[in-house]
Design a protein around this ligand. Structure first.
Ligand code: AMP
Ligand code: MG
Length: 492
């Protein structure tokens, strides 16, 4: 192979931003899944025709790859770790997609790096399957996310609670810089690097900020806006990230680092699935607030760039803090307007009326009190012939009647046709989500029986989550009591 597909930019930053580090070869890689459509989009199709498993295991490097592990720090469950970094991931390089956007291609589970600390640098197969399924489902649901290009088994075992099969995920992102990357340099009082990193993000991901009087303030504002939009989209679909540490918050505003994440079945504001989130810090309902907390950590790192440098340090700092606070205060309104816009679409409301927020909130409160299935409530709402099925989702169906009356009255105020409104609801309320028990079944079949058919079948259904598919009823249904998954594990 003589022509490089890569157009690397992060590896051109100063050496302290990363560590050059090749993936460690594995014994006998086997391809589980390859995302042909994504490969085509990235212009990688021809290059990957051969030796796919070797390439996606890191045994063979594509020409032009420059493998690096990125440095970062992060607040984990509120506590600062000044040294994290890619402990089990290798950035192979960057490509420019058909849309002219820069995409970063990374192997996860590819062996030890200088940032591995005590870890083995590997991934178990289970988390690879979970991330593949969830990230691709999120993409098809229309939520900003890293994507899955390929998954392989390694032919080697990794030690977790017991010995389990190893796996490697190839993931693709619009950027891998995290809030924790800025914190890494901030903790070292390395303001030159903070500026270099901010300049990098502006150049590659937020070019409009360059036109503003202070591009760094504009950068921060834009990051805040994208996070508000992202977290609102999670809340609108019933997604719980599970580990919203600052090292897992992407600067480009994509969902990243799928660990013990999950979609909710029965709706509960305080729902937590993650086995490591004992304090419910990252519960469903806390996610918007944690978003702001994380962005506050980012503001602290960027603060020196907000100042006018008049020479009066005290005055400059005060002014910079005021700027950061104003933007952070705006986050709440920004989040709420994205959330409300999403709820309106879910309820088929294309006009805006002052009572909409209360109407949406009242439905969620009823769902919470009645443990109604999040996805089915909204799907049935969008189907005229499913009104009895809708009521049956509520422990006390009569509680819904009053709300339905209010919703109908509100719908009557709409200017658009019923058909238009129903079409919006069908595009917004999925039929299929990666339900926990289905994901778990796919993992169990793969780990326990080397059977990937359950994974492939689920993945196939999730390719078109808004379209009702023949003979796929079982993927719509909530778990039976014996199938309920109470906890999810990050498996690191
Ligand atoms: P995560 O929980 O996946 O977001 O990871 C948090 C930090 O731990 C990151 O710095 C990871 O690179 C690191 N880490 C997670 N699992 C491993 C592992 N098996 N080996 C080495 N480092 C790891
Ligand atoms: Mg992480």
């Amino acid at each position: 192979m003589t022509k490089s597909v890569f157009d690397n930019s992060y590896a051109k930053l100063p050496a302290k931003f990363y560590s050059e580090c090749n993936p460690t070869s594995v014994a006998s890689p086997k391809l589980i899944s390859f995302n042909q459509a994504l490969a085509d989009y990235l212009g990688l199709d021809e290059l990957l025709l051969e030796k796919q498993a070797d390439v996606f295991a890191g045994n063979t490097l594509l020409y032009g790859a420059k493998p690096i592990a990125m440095a970062y720090a992060g607040h984990q469950f509120g506590h600062f770790s000044h040294q994290l970094g890619d402990g089990r991931a290798t950035l192979l390089g960057e490509v420019i997609g058909n849309d002219k956007v820069r995409y970063y291609i990374q192997l996860k589970g590819s062996g030890r790096t200088p940032f591995s600390r005590g870890g083995d640098g590997r991934s178990a197969l289970g988390p690879v399957i979970r991330e593949y399924l969830l990230s691709e489902a999120m993409h098809q649901l229309g939520i900003a996310t890293t994507r899955a290009l390929a998954a392989v088994t390694t032919g080697e075992e990794v030690a977790r609670d017991q010995l389990v099969e190893g796996g490697i995920l190839t993931r693709v992102a619009k950027g891998f810089v995290r809030v924790g990357t800025f914190e890494y340099f901030s903790a070292r009082h390395d303001f030159t690097s903070i500026k270099q990193l901010a300049d990098y993000e502006i150049k590659h991901h937020y070019p409009k900020a360059m036109q503003k009087a202070n591009p760094y303030i504009a950068l921060f504002s834009a990051i805040v806006d994208r996070q508000a939009a992202l977290i609102a989209s999670w809340m609108n679909i019933g997604f719980i990230h599970g580990v919203m540490n600052t090292d897992n918050m992407s600067i480009v505003g994509e969902t990243i680092d799928y660990g013990p994440c999950a979609f909710m079945d029965a709706f509960h504001y305080q729902q937590v699935f993650s086995s490591i989130d004992g304090q419910a810090r990252y519960a469903y309902h806390n996610q918007p607030h944690i978003g702001q907390w994380n962005l506050t950590r980012l503001a602290e790192a960027l603060l020196p760039l907000f100042s006018d440098n008049t020479g009066d340090e005290e005055k400059d700092t005060k002014a910079a803090v005021t700027i950061a606070e104003n933007i952070l205060n705006h986050y709440a309104d920004c989040y709420k307007s994205y959330w409300l816009a999403g709820m309106r679409r879910k309820l088929g409301l294309l006009d805006e009326h002052p009572q909409d927020q209360a109407l949406a909130q009242e439905l969620l409160n009823l769902m919470h009190e009645n443990q109604a299935d999040f996805t089915l409530v909204f799907f049935y709402l969008s189907q005229e012939d499913k009104q009895n099925a809708l009521k049956a989702l509520f422990a006390q169906p009569e509680n819904l009647t009053g709300w339905l009356d209010k919703w109908q009255q509100r719908c009557a105020l709409e200017h658009c046709s019923v058909d238009e409104r129903k079409a919006v609801m069908r595009r917004t309320n999925p039929v299929y989500i990666p339900r926990n028990h289905q994901v778990e079944a796919a993992i169990r079949a793969a780990e326990d029986h080397q059977d990937f058919s359950v994974f492939h079948a689920l993945h196939q259904v999730l390719q078109t989550p808004y379209t009702l598919q023949a003979d796929k009823k079982q993927y719509q249904l909530p778990p039976k009591p014996e199938e309920v998954v109470q906890q999810t594990f990050c498996g690191t």
